[in-house]
Write a protein that binds this ligand. Structure first.
Ligand SMILES: [Fe+2]
Length: 262
């Protein structure tokens, strides 16, 4: 959902715009000096970034991730990042018109983050996380991605153990990622703290796991290990991962060794 914000507009002209394209750019509507009722208005009307919905219903990941968790995690935390970001963008014209990817990279500011970075990165991270899961997920990747995982981690079992270990050893709040390293042309597991996302290092994310406590506390209390195992066994979307690595291959000249795709 995106909304329009108009300065000095009569209250009747504040309205919601639903079904706005996700990750939409702020749109500048042509200048008009007066509202239809004749009152003066200021010059700019913007549409800001919207809250993208997960690609499944909020109860679709039951019983492994409850509707209650999705309502709180997506409906409150994720929404809060979107609303916080939009409030910040009202005050910073320099960030006008950037896509969410661009916003994350620009506000990271080479390791000296601008105030907008945390909200922008958390919006991006959560969008990516919802799309890293699917009802009926888990199991093992399809042939091409499986072969690449076996090449880079020795075996799928080894990868799985390393991913879980990374989540369990992450101190505080953060994320675990399977990324494609652009220069090295291989898959790697990395963990990031708070809102940091591997986009800022130009890695190509393939899968993410949110290990902030708000992602599992309602369902698993403080048992992070059970949550992470459930993610790997029941929820991770290898379909999404395969699509992402195929896209990566289209954008990155992988050369040899070429990442095999199913
Ligand atoms: Fe989260």
């Amino acid at each position: 959902m995106a909304y329009c914000c108009c300065t000095s507009a009569p209250s009747s002209f504040h309205h919601l715009v639903t079904n706005f394209p996700p990750h939409s750019k702020r749109l500048k509507i042509p200048h008009q000096n007066r509202w239809p009722d004749g009152t003066q208005r200021t010059s700019k009307v913007y549409a800001y970034h919207g809250l993208k919905t997960p690609p499944y219903k909020l109860d679709a990941l039951e019983p492994y991730m409850s509707q209650r968790t999705l309502e709180m995690h997506w409906g409150a935390h994720h929404r809060g990042y979107v609303e916080g970001l939009n409030k910040q963008l009202e005050k910073n014209d320099a960030l006008y018109g950037l896509t969410m990817d661009e916003l994350v990279k620009v506000t990271y500011n080479n390791g000296n983050p601008l105030p907008e970075f945390n909200n922008a990165a958390q919006v991006w991270n959560h969008d990516f996380f919802w799309e890293s899961m699917q009802p009926g997920g888990g199991d093992t990747p399809k042939l091409g991605l499986l072969k690449q995982i076996e090449k880079d981690f020795g075996s799928f079992t080894n990868f799985r153990e390393n991913f879980i270990e990374a989540a369990l050893t992450l101190f505080g709040s953060g994320w675990v990622w399977l990324v494609l390293k652009r220069k090295e042309r291989r898959l790697e597991i990395i963990k990031t703290s708070n809102a940091i996302t591997p986009l800022v290092w130009d890695d190509i994310p393939i899968i993410s796991l949110d290990v902030w406590e708000h992602s599992y506390y309602l369902d698993y209390k403080n048992d992070k290990g059970k949550y992470v195992s459930m993610f790997m066994n029941q929820l991770v979307s290898w379909d999404a991962a395969t699509a992402r690595i195929m896209r990566a291959e289209a954008f990155v000249n992988l050369g040899e060794p070429k990442i095999p795709v199913a």
